[in-house]
Design a binder for this molecule. Structure first.
Ligand SMILES: O=P(O)(O)OC[C@H]1O[C@H](O)[C@H](O)[C@@H](O)[C@@H]1O
Length: 612
């Protein structure tokens, strides 16, 4: 059957192959100058013909772009509004322009995705490349765990985390040499999934005066580490250091630990009496903590990925120590998981998000997701989602081995702050995004509000800014989702995390990728290792040169030749520039601005340095 532009559409109806549908979309769209209207048009064109529907009214609608008539929009709003009563959470997808036909086309894909999620929850090897189960949903409902052994691991860990936190807060477990007689600070050392969840939860939920305050070392930046340690000052003596690493071998985390241990030594403190490890059993970190006799060790499980580990000891222990109700967080997540098990797309909150993501980004990440919480405490949500979404969905190959270069870019900060930064471009500039507003209805705890002008509170302004931005973006054909919660509580934060975890899982199933591995991360790590190995050779050559009488400054080419790595001369230049800036290489002649002029030797004469 022919579409209106004369291009043939895919023929089957419910079994419609979205990949071929997409290629038809693309060809059809060439006929239309406006990207927005062409895309709407093409979706409908293919859909309506393949499903043999009456298209006339929809076509007229699509030619006009998004629904703009206020009454029609209200109807769309009411028709599609999702509400989770118990959580007090709403999702409004009315400002995303998907059509009913698109929903119908996607239905089989969603049913397959729901099935995949059911299998995953039953313990299937949902991460085939790594041969692993994917069990973060069991963490908030251990009855779902596929064996009693796993269930008791979850339950026991939760008990142990709660008991340990209680004992630390009450002072039963205390640091050996603190005048305060109890722990007052947490220093969390970890990176990626071993930092982002705890950081988000702390920012969102820590009370103003928590029993223990938290700081993070989440990088191998020496100045950043020094800053955290300096800020602790004398309180280092009452700091509980939690080292978090699933693998137990991440270099940045190891470096953070070594730096902190050095600070403890310099302060005359016994690190082991203040150290806690969260890691997989028998990892390097686990063995170190066991041998050195750290205060406590908590397990991470093979079947929980770093980016979904916030409901394991990784997120729960730091949260509990800050006085955050972790059982409520788990309850919120469990309620959301339950809602996400329905197989009716319209009633499934995570599926609704996945549907919008697919529509807005053509199922290929062609548009970015801008996440805008209008609440300061949710500032880190977009940073948290960056790893959850981009490490899960950003994949080169699909499950069948086809090169797909999938992904969905996430960024954002908070409203209304961003209104004074980049909303200008969102409203009027390059149209390469869709927005997600996170709205929090409760402005302040009851009884604290006041009107800063007649009839208007500070929170009314924030509300007005959100609604105004949403409307202004939509008026310029920029689509948005709005997720609304009553308050930022452990329950709603747990629910939000669970919502996005599931949306990522469903979306990944729809686009047929493995959301649970991260092969791309290894390339950078491997290359970093090679750089450090080369650096050791460069250092040995330079130090040897500095031992000569007289000292023998070398050109970059000479260094490269002596390292037997002439092809690495650019990297050798960068290594030397970095070492020179840190007084470990001496520039005898020339400058880094003209690399060929450089002559260098080592910062110290050390003939013991060897290189292979
Ligand atoms: O928890 P760790 O094993 O130290 O891993 C920390 C992070 O490292 C990696 O680079 C992975 O890509 C992340 O998914 C992970 O969260």
């Amino acid at each position: 059957m022919a579409s209106i532009s004369g291009i043939r559409s895919p023929s089957s109806s419910s079994a419609l192959n979205l990949a071929s549908t997409r290629s038809s979309f693309r060809r059809v769209s060439l006929a239309f100058p406006s990207h927005r209207s062409s895309r709407h048009y093409t979706h409908l064109t293919t859909a309506t013909h393949s499903l043999a529907r009456d298209t006339s009214s929809d076509l007229a609608l699509l030619k006009k772009g998004l629904v703009k008539d206020p009454r029609a929009l209200w109807t769309r709003f009411v028709d599609w509004l999702y509400q989770h009563k118990e959580l007090g959470l709403y999702i409004d997808v009315s400002r995303v322009g998907f059509t009913d036909d698109f929903v119908n086309i996607m239905e089989p894909k969603f049913q397959a995705a729901f099935k995949a999620m059911q299998e995953l929850e039953k313990g299937a090897i949902a991460n085939p490349d790594e041969g692993r189960m994917v069990g973060h949903y069991w963490l908030r409902n251990s009855n779902l765990a596929p064996s009693s052994r796993l269930k008791s691991q979850i339950d026991n860990t939760l008990e142990a985390v709660s008991a340990f936190a209680d004992d630390v807060i009450s002072g039963k477990i205390k640091p050996p040499s603190s005048p305060e007689g109890r722990f007052t600070q947490i220093l969390s050392v970890g990176i990626g999934g071993s930092a982002l969840g705890p950081q988000f939860v702390a920012e969102a939920l820590a009370p103003d005066n928590p029993p223990l305050k938290i700081r993070f070392i989440d990088n191998t930046d020496p100045a950043g580490i020094d800053h955290q340690i300096a800020q602790l000052g004398d309180e280092l003596a009452s700091t509980l250091v939690i080292v978090i690493s699933k693998s137990g071998g991440t270099p940045e985390t190891r470096n953070g630990l070594l730096e902190v241990q050095r600070a403890f030594r310099e302060a005359g403190l016994d690190f082991a009496k203040q150290g806690v490890a969260i890691t997989q059993e028998n990892s390097l970190l686990d063995n170190t903590a066991r041998i050195e006799g750290w205060v406590a060790r908590f397990p991470m499980f093979d079947w929980v990925g770093g980016r979904t580990s916030v409901m394991s000891a990784v997120g729960l222990l730091p949260a509990a120590l800050q006085g955050i109700n972790i059982r409520e967080m788990l309850a919120g997540a469990a309620l959301m998981d339950e809602a996400n098990r329905t197989t009716v797309v319209k009633n499934n909150p995570a599926a609704l998000l996945a549907l919008c993501w697919y529509w807005a980004s053509d199922g290929k990440g062609l548009k970015d997701m801008v996440v805008l919480p209008y609440k300061d405490s949710l500032l880190l949500f977009s940073r948290y989602l960056q790893q959850l979404v981009m490490e899960s969905l950003g994949k080169e190959f699909d499950l069948d081995g086809n090169r797909v270069n999938q992904g969905l870019t996430v960024y954002g900060n908070k409203g209304s702050t961003d209104q004074h930064a980049y909303i200008q471009q969102l409203r009027e500039g390059v149209h390469n995004f869709f927005a997600t507003f996170i709205e929090v209805l409760r402005d302040r705890p009851p009884g604290h509000d006041w009107e800063l002008e007649p009839g208007v509170t500070c929170g009314d302004y924030l509300f007005g800014m959100l609604q105004g931005t949403r409307a202004a973006l939509y008026a310029n054909d920029r689509e948005s989702i709005t997720v609304t919660v009553q308050e930022v509580t452990p329950r709603t934060v747990g629910a939000l995390i669970a919502l996005y975890e599931r949306a990522v899982g469903i979306y990944a199933a729809i686009v047929n990728i493995n959301a649970y591995h991260q092969p791309g991360v290894e390339a950078g790590k491997k290359a970093a290792g090679e750089v450090l190995a080369l650096q050791k050779r460069v250092l040995a050559i330079l130090n040897e040169a500095s031992c000569k009488q007289p000292i023998e400054p070398l050109t970059l080419q000479e260094v490269a030749d002596r390292c037997h790595a002439p092809e690495d001369i650019e990297m050798i230049y960068k290594i030397i520039a970095h070492m020179a800036a840190n007084d470990r290489a001496i520039i005898a002649e020339g400058s880094c601005g003209s690399p060929r002029s450089l002559k260098v030797f080592g910062g110290e004469c050390n003939m013991d340095d060897s290189y292979a």
